[in-house]
Ligand binder design. Sequence first.
Ligand code: ADP
Ligand code: MG
Length: 478
Amino acid sequence: MSTFTAPKARPIGPVTKGSPEQIAYMQCIEQDFTLSTEKLEEIKNHFKSEMVKGLDNEGQTLAMIPSYVEGRLTGEEKGHYLALDLGGTNLRVVLVTLEGNGKFKTVSTKARVSEELKTGRMRDLCDYIADCIDTFLAQQNLDNVTEELPLGFTFSFPVLQSKINRGVLLQWTKGFSCSGAVGKDPVLLLQDALLRKHVPVKVTALVNDTVGTLLSNAYQKPATLAGLILGTGSNGAYIENMSKIGKWKDGKTTSDEMIINMEFGAFDNERTVLPLTRFDNKLDRKSINPHKQIFEKLISGMYLGDIVRNVVTDMMDRNLLFNDTQQHTEIISAHYAFETAFMSSIEADGTVDLGVTREVLDTNLNLVNVKDEELRIIKRLVELVGTRAARLAAMSIAAIVEHTQVEEQGVDIGIDGSLYEFYPSFEERMYEALEVLLPQFKDVRRSIRLGLARDGSGVGAALTACVADRMMRQHKSL
Ligand code: ADP
Ligand code: MG
């Protein structure tokens, strides 16, 4: 499945050319950003003990939220399922036809959610969504089905879930502020609109996109243990034994396993083990959520570029970069101006004169006449920040693998997100870290099989609806 579009990274290694001051500075940077095997081990062990804490108690740093998704997929599930994704710029409706043997087909439609809808009444938003679904079903000739179609609802806002299809909206984020929704169950509100409009759809599952990522991987690879998101943000989910979820108080389940949504972006918010540099601290301080999601800030697309930018601007402040020429430094001085996608281009630059890196700086940041040694410094900074991210992301997988006592025959891990998909050698660097973190495996690459898992909020949500459907039938026959 790993169909990668990302090229290989072309690392240049530590900087050896430049002024004595530049070289000395870069030596410190090398130390600050390099994670030794011992340090990674220490972080992994802390991660594992935090997992146990979160499983046993509410309100821990690793929230370890039970997803109410019980049991596993076999890949033989069949039928029509709908997925609805609300929380980005577009509203998306997907019809997923599961054909068994890990095969499926999808058809989807997108609709814009206007500012008016985002900030109006929840009832109007739900009516709009119901109309979109209705129109879509008519186009697919599914508006006259005898049995209601099960729908998995990816509602990407903070929700306190109480069942697979029940939850309460805690607060709006991302520019939404509909009245009559906070403190209410988005599933009931949407179902109400569907009923009023006679749309033959039953909302059977409230879906987290990380859990969806796990399931979308599991349909094709039933040995899937975990799902990760490495995109704008980061998170992980994995399959846990009910007996290990000490805080579970909701009674009997239809399976002895349940998917746990770890919310691991918050790992080490108390800063006990992660070796944060002053550049990470600055990023955190200037973010919209200081002191929160500390681990996420070290490993995700939204932030990596800005960590590099923080080092670059620090060097500028110390007259170690761009001080000889008449440089235009307005752009690079702005928050989030150095995108993580630039890092990908710079990592892939294998030219002798670093012409690609030069071009990236020129085109995007208006930095012209950058000296050769400056280009090498910037490329090296990118390598250090990108490598650290990949190794930390791998650390979380190693912790899950050891916590769940995976054996030599191994497991699949589904990963979604642009960072994993497009950042050069991100996966390779993850494997290198797994090799040192999991020496108990003879061949870690065969045992811990990473792969791209697309569309957790589409296929994954539809599969969640499918599992919910199965659970409902089993509960009835209990
Ligand atoms: P989301 O997480 O919002 O669902 P993605 O998985 O596409 O979406 O992740 C988007 C993030 O990935 C952005 O923050 C962006 O910085 C980063 N990104 C986009 N393209 C690339 C790229 N080519 N290389 C590295 N990072 C990228
Ligand atoms: Mg995504």
